[in-house]
Design a protein. Structure first.
Length: 208
C-alpha cells in the first residue's frame, strides 16, 4: 500500500511538455523569485485540472480530470471526477483517501517521506521556495515562461521520481503545469485551469 500510495502522490502533480529550455541568468532568477513574493498572500486556491499520463508502450496518454482545493496553512484536496472518482485529502497531519467509497487514512507523522511530498505539493502550487536540502533546484525559460526543475536528492525518492518540473503562468505567476518524470522516462502532465484565488472554501471539500 505504501509503495502504491507514494507512486500515486507523485503522479498527482501537474505536468509540462518537454521542450527546449534555456537556463536563467542570475538576474532572471532574482526577478522570478521576486515575482513570486505576492503568492505568499495566497490563502485559498480552487482549480480544475486535466491529467495526462504518458507511457512508452501506449500511443495515447491516459486522461483524467478533477478538482483541486488548497486552504492555508495545511489543507489540500485532490478530487478525481472522470473517468473514476477518487479523493485524497491532506489535513491534520494525515492523508485521507476515498477510493470510490472505500475509505482509508495514513498518518503523515509516521512517514516522513509522505510529509515531504505533501509540503512539496502545497509549496509548488503556491510557487513557494523549495527545500534545497531535499532537491537540486534549477531555473529555466521555456517558450518565454518560467520553469523550475526539481531533482530529488534522497535515494528513496529517486526510486519513484527522476525529475519534477513546474511551469508558471505569465498572467498570474502561478503554477499552470507540472510534469513528473519517472526513472523509466514515462511521465505525467497536469494542467491547471479555471483558477480561483482567495475565495471561501467550505469545510466539506476537505472531508471524505
Amino acid at each position: 500500500m505504501t509503495r502504491n500510495l507514494l507512486y500515486f502522490l507523485f503522479c498527482i502533480l501537474p505536468f509540462l511538455g518537454i521542450a527546449q529550455d534555456r537556463q536563467m541568468t542570475p538576474a532572471e532568477i532574482s526577478a522570478f523569485q521576486k515575482s513570486l513574493q505576492g503568492l505568499a498572500e495566497l490563502k485559498t486556491l480552487e482549480a480544475d485540472f486535466n491529467q495526462y499520463k504518458y507511457m512508452s508502450f501506449m500511443k495515447k496518454p491516459i486522461e483524467a480530470s478533477g478538482k483541486l482545493y488548497i486552504r492555508q496553512p495545511d489543507r489540500l484536496s485532490w478530487f478525481y471526477i472522470a473517468p473514476f472518482q477518487y479523493k485524497m485529502v491532506f489535513k491534520d497531519n494525515k492523508i485521507f483517501i476515498n477510493d470510490q467509497g472505500k475509505k482509508s487514512s495514513l498518518n503523515l507523522g509516521n512517514n516522513k517521506q509522505f510529509e515531504k511530498i505533501s509540503r512539496l505539493i502545497a509549496s509548488g502550487i503556491r510557487g513557494g521556495r523549495y527545500d534545497e536540502k531535499e532537491f537540486t533546484v534549477s531555473y529555466f525559460k521555456q517558450d518565454g515562461l518560467n520553469l523550475v526543475k526539481l531533482l530529488p536528492k534522497a535515494n528513496d525518492a529517486k526510486k519513484y521520481i527522476k525529475e519534477i518540473r513546474l511551469l508558471f503562468s505569465k498572467s498570474d505567476n502561478q503554477v499552470q503545469e507540472v510534469m513528473l518524470m519517472e526513472p523509466s522516462n514515462d511521465y505525467t502532465r497536469f494542467v491547471l485551469k479555471n483558477k480561483k484565488i482567495n475565495t471561501t472554501l467550505h469545510d466539506s471539500v476537505f472531508n471524505l
